[in-house]
Design a protein around this ligand. Structure first.
Ligand SMILES: [Mg+2]
Length: 369
């Protein structure tokens, strides 16, 4: 397959409500679509995104890296595997995994469409047609958190993730309010987004040990692996890493130090499907659980993520990729169906969705590289 043209398209869609986590606030999407065309005129789409306060670069930087470095690195190149693609991208520039994810997904969409297959089929065997999803409660008042959790449980979500990490006392009240308002069968996870120091984390989680949490995610800064290892050792509740793990090298270090019982694998954060597969394989070989996290993707990104989940058996249920309903609009003709808290895997070739070009034009924003 030869890539003959490509373009990065920055997209801004407002969120229905501001999304608040310990490290920052999100008011609209920071997405960049990648459109690649092969020598037969087949178009592949990838979506990637960022969140400045979490990942350290903004949409303009993502667009710039894609437009000036990574897309030119693949134009005119014959690419027959994702491994080859990533070698090309890494030769051009190091790091920039979120930008590389956009190209990885577009190439994967192209490869699948060229063979007339759904994307999961170019990754591996399919293990499921339905992907259980988590509900999400961001940093809101305990009463608002409780109401939101009840509503999401009523929609069929069996797992709910509650954001914490901003104010210890309110965090405890928020999580307790949610625990008391949904039935015991609903699993709860909490995510601190690096918001605590060691002392605060120990104080908060020793009070949450009785709440039956599925796991506690990234309460400490990304760099504090010694602190994470200390918490993992002292707490009965499993500890998950997110901001500490981008690459397989990060994951190996966390696992070797005892800093991770569970690894959060996100398609944009980790650089696309090829690298996510490597991470999942490492977790499996190391006997460590892993799950599919999200970066509040719109439908093209969500589609790629659920194909990955469906073709990667050791990804633990439920997946955290319910971005599209949080936005005021979407970019596709055919949204992914979510039934009883589970996404239905698209069956059309490639991502299995149809991009709405009119919406792409409408939400495209002017960004100079
Ligand atoms: Mg997280």
């Amino acid at each position: 397959m030869k890539i003959v043209s490509g373009e990065a398209i920055p997209i801004c869609i407002p969120l229905k409500k501001i999304f608040v986590i310990a490290s920052g606030k999100l008011v609209h999407s920071n997405h960049v679509l990648v459109r690649l065309t092969d020598e037969n005129g087949i178009v592949g789409w990838g979506e990637t995104t960022t969140f400045m306060e979490v990942y350290g670069y903004d949409q303009r930087a993502l667009f710039h890296v894609l437009t000036d470095y990574l897309i030119p690195a693949v134009i005119g190149k014959k690419i027959d595997s994702l491994k080859e693609l990533h070698r090309l991208l890494d030769q051009r520039i190091p790091h920039n995994l979120m930008a590389k994810a956009g190209i990885d997904l577009a190439v994967c969409d192209l490869m699948a469409k060229a063979q007339g297959l759904p994307m999961w089929a170019v990754i591996d065997k399919k293990r499921t047609d339905r992907v259980p999803l988590t509900g999400i409660v961001d940093i809101v008042s305990p009463s608002a958190a409780s109401a939101s959790a009840v509503e999401q449980a009523a929609q069929g979500f069996q797992t709910i993730k509650v954001k914490i990490g901003q104010d210890a006392a309110t965090d405890i009240r928020r999580v307790k309010a949610v625990r008391e308002s949904v039935c015991d069968g609903i699993r709860l996870r909490v995510d601190g987004n690096c918001g605590y120091d060691r002392e605060t984390a120990w104080s908060v989680f020793s009070q949450m040990e009785t709440l039956g949490l599925e796991w506690i995610e990234q309460p400490l800064p990304a760099w504090d692996l010694e602190g994470m290892a200390m918490l993992a050792d002292r707490l009965k509740t499993p500890l998950a890493v997110d901001e500490s793990v981008y690459t397989i090298h990060d994951a190996k270090r966390c696992i070797a130090m005892g800093a991770a019982d569970v690894v959060n694998i996100k398609v944009p954060k980790c650089g696309g499907l090829f690298r996510c597969r490597e991470l999942a394989a490492l977790c499996e070989a190391s006997g460590v659980a892993c799950f599919l996290g999200g970066c509040i993707e719109t439908t093209p990104g969500m589609a790629a993520a659920i194909h990955f989940y469906a073709a990667t058996p050791n990804m633990v249920s439920a997946a955290e990729i319910l971005g599209p309903p949080l936005y005021t609009d979407d970019l596709v003709m055919d949204p992914i169906h979510v039934v009883d808290g589970a996404a239905v895997l698209p069956q059309l070739p490639g991502l299995g969705i149809t991009i709405n070009e009119e919406k792409v034009s409408r939400y495209r924003i002017p960004v100079s590289s």
